[in-house]
Design a protein around this ligand. Structure first.
Ligand code: SAH
Length: 466
C-alpha cells in the first residue's frame, strides 16, 4: 500500500493554503466543509475567495509566502503556479513536521487528497495514489450512484440509538444481527423515502421488542421500470429491485430489467390478457396485500410510470386500506422515453405549447375521448394503447377539424434494441400498421412536432429497422 488512508479532524484547526487561484479556491471549499480555519497567503485571490474573505470565512494575508506563515498550522496546502514557491513550502513544512500537499506534484506531498463521496457522517474516499486521477474520478462516479444520498441521515439515526441498543443487547453478535436487520430492512427504507419520524418510531419499537431481530413487517414498492432500456431506471428503482424478497411483474417489463432484480427474489408473472382485466387486477391487488402481510418486501414492477395508465392507484388502494406501508417510485413514462429515443420533442416553441397523454382504450374496450379538446391546434397528442382503436381515433380527429395530413408517429418497443419508428399522417397510419405488422407495445404521437423526427432522430437500435 502506497498510502495509508486516514480521516483527519480539522474542526477549528488552522490550515494554511498558499496560492489564491482556482485550485486553491477548490481546496479552501473542501477545508471549510471539514470545519477548518483557513488562512490563505497570496498577493492576489480569485473573486470567489474574496467573497469568502468578505464574510469572514477565510483569513487572507496579502503577501508573498514566507515560512513564518506556517506558524500554528495543522496542515498546509500549496497551490501556486510557481514551482519554486511550492517547493519552499514543502521543505519548510516537512522540516517542521507539518503535513503538506502540493497540488499536482505527488513528489512534494506528505499526504494526498482523495476523491470523496460525501454522505456525512459517512464519507468514502478513493485514491489511485496519483497513478490515474481519471480512473479515480470514474470510480467515484460509480460509487456515487450506488450510495443513496440518505445514507448520511441513516447513519445519524443509528448514531442516536447506539447506546440504547448497547444496553438492550449484551453481546456483540446480537447487536450486529440487530443492526444488520435495521440497515438492510424497512427502517432504512423509511429513511431513504424521507419518512424519518416513522423510521425512528420503528427503530424504537424494534429495540423494545423482546427478541433481537426487528419485527417482520412487509412493505410494497410500486416501482416504475421505464419503457425498456435498463439505463433509464432510477437509482431508487434499482436499489429496491436489489432488496426485494418477491417481485410481481408484467408484460411490459423487459427481460434485461428483470435481470437486475435480486437473484434470490421469487418472481411472479402477473401479465394480463386484455379480456380478463377486471378479475386479474383484483387478484394482483390482493396478492400484494397477502405477500406484504407475510412480512415480505414486495416489489411491484411496472412498465413506464406506475401512475400513468399503470393502474398504480388501484394497486395501492388495498394497501392503504390495510395500513400496509408502501412507496411509489416514478419511472420514465412511454411518452417521455419513446419521444426522446425517436427524436420527437413533445413540445417545441414553434409547433406545440401543450401535450396531452390519453389512453386509446377504456375498461370495456371502447374508445371515448374528448375529441374537441384533442383537436386543438399547437398541441401534441400522445396515445397509449392506441393500436386497437387507431382507426376510430384518426377518423374522429379528422371529423373534429384536424387536417388529415397531420403528421403522426408510431413508436414500437421504444427505447429498446428492437425499437421501430414509422412516420405517416392521420390518413395513412392504418396502412402503415398493416404493411409493417406493427404490434403492441406501440405509442402513437400526433402533432406537428413529428416532422422534427427526420432532423433529430439519433437512436440506432441494434435490432429492427427505422
Ligand atoms: N405505465 C406505462 C403505460 C402502460 S399502458 C407508462 O407510463 O409508460 C401500456 C401502453 O404504453 C402500451 O400499449 C403502449 O402504448 C405504451 N408503451 C409502454 N411501453 C412502451 C414502449 N417501450 N414502446 C412503445 N409504447 C410503449
Amino acid at each position: 500500500m502506497d498510502y495509508l488512508p486516514i480521516f483527519v479532524d480539522l474542526k477549528k484547526r488552522l490550515v494554511l493554503v498558499v496560492g489564491g487561484g482556482n485550485v486553491a479556491a477548490r481546496k479552501v471549499g473542501l477545508l471549510l466543509r471539514a470545519g477548518a480555519k483557513v488562512r490563505v497567503v497570496s498577493p492576489a485571490i480569485t473573486a470567489s475567495l474574496q467573497s469568502r474573505c468578505d464574510v469572514g470565512q477565510v483569513e487572507h494575508i496579502t503577501a508573498k509566502y514566507e515560512a513564518s506563515h506556517l506558524s500554528g498550522a495543522a496542515l498546509v496546502i500549496a497551490a501556486t503556479d510557481d514551482m519554486s514557491v511550492n517547493r519552499q513550502v514543502y521543505e519548510a513544512a516537512k522540516q517542521r513536521g507539518v503535513p503538506v500537499n502540493v497540488a499536482d506534484a505527488p513528489e512534494l506531498c506528505t499526504f494526498i487528497l482523495p476523491s470523496i463521496i460525501d454522505r456525512s457522517p459517512v464519507v468514502v474516499a478513493v485514491s489511485t495514489g496519483g497513478a490515474s486521477p481519471t480512473l479515480g474520478r470514474l470510480l467515484r462516479a460509480r460509487l456515487e450512484t450506488m450510495i443513496p444520498h440518505s445514507y448520511g441521515r441513516l447513519a445519524e439515526l443509528t448514531r442516536r440509538f447506539r447506546q440504547p441498543v448497547k444496553k438492550r443487547f449484551k453481546t456483540l453478535s446480537q447487536r450486529r444481527h440487530f443492526w444488520e436487520g435495521i440497515i438492510d430492512g424497512p427502517v432504512a427504507e423509511m429513511v431513504y423515502s424521507n419518512r424519518d419520524a416513522q423510521a425512528e418510531e420503528a427503530l424504537k419499537r424494534a429495540i423494545e421488542a423482546a427478541n433481537s431481530a426487528p419485527p417482520a413487517k412487509g412493505e410494497v414498492y410500486l416501482v416504475g421500470a421505464g419503457p425498456g432500456d435498463p439505463d433509464l431506471l432510477t437509482f431508487r428503482a434499482l436499489r429496491l429491485m436489489q432488496v426485494a424478497d418477491v417481485v410481481l411483474y408484467d408484460r411490459l417489463v423487459s427481460p434485461q430489467i428483470l435481470d437486475l432484480v435480486r437473484r434470490e427474489a421469487e418472481q411472479i408473472y402477473v401479465g394480463k390478457k386484455r379480456a380478463y382485466h377486471a378479475v386479474r387486477q383484483e387478484e394482483i391487488n390482493q396478492l400484494l396485500v397477502d405477500l406484504a402481510k407475510q412480512g415480505k418486501r414486495v416489489l411491484r414492477l411496472k412498465g413506464g410510470d406506475p401512475f400513468i395508465f399503470g393502474r398504480g392507484g388501484e394497486e395501492i388502494a388495498g394497501l392503504a386500506d390495510e395500513g400496509i406501508p408502501f412507496q411509489v417510485v416514478p419511472g420514465v413514462t412511454a411518452a417521455a422515453g419513446c419521444s426522446s429515443y425517436a427524436g420527437i420533442p413533445l413540445t417545441h416553441r414553434d409547433y406545440a405549447q401543450s401535450v396531452m397523454f390519453v389512453t386509446g382504450q377504456l375498461k370495456d374496450g371502447s374508445v371515448d375521448l374528448q375529441w374537441q379538446a384533442l383537436a386543438q391546434p399547437h398541441q401534441t397528442v400522445v396515445v397509449y394503447m392506441g393500436l386497437a382503436g387507431l382507426d376510430i381515433i384518426c377518423k374522429k380527429l379528422i371529423q373534429h377539424g384536424v387536417s388529415s395530413d397531420m403528421p403522426a408517429a408510431l413508436v414500437q418497443q421504444g427505447t429498446t434494441v428492437s425499437q421501430r419508428v414509422f412516420i405517416g399522417t392521420l390518413n395513412n397510419l392504418s396502412q402503415l400498421i398493416r404493411e409493417h405488422e406493427v404490434r403492441a407495445p406501440t405509442l402513437l404521437i400526433i402533432g406537428q412536432v413529428v416532422q422534427l423526427h427526420q432532423r433529430f432522430s439519433w437512436y440506432q437500435p441494434t435490432a429492427g429497422c427505422s
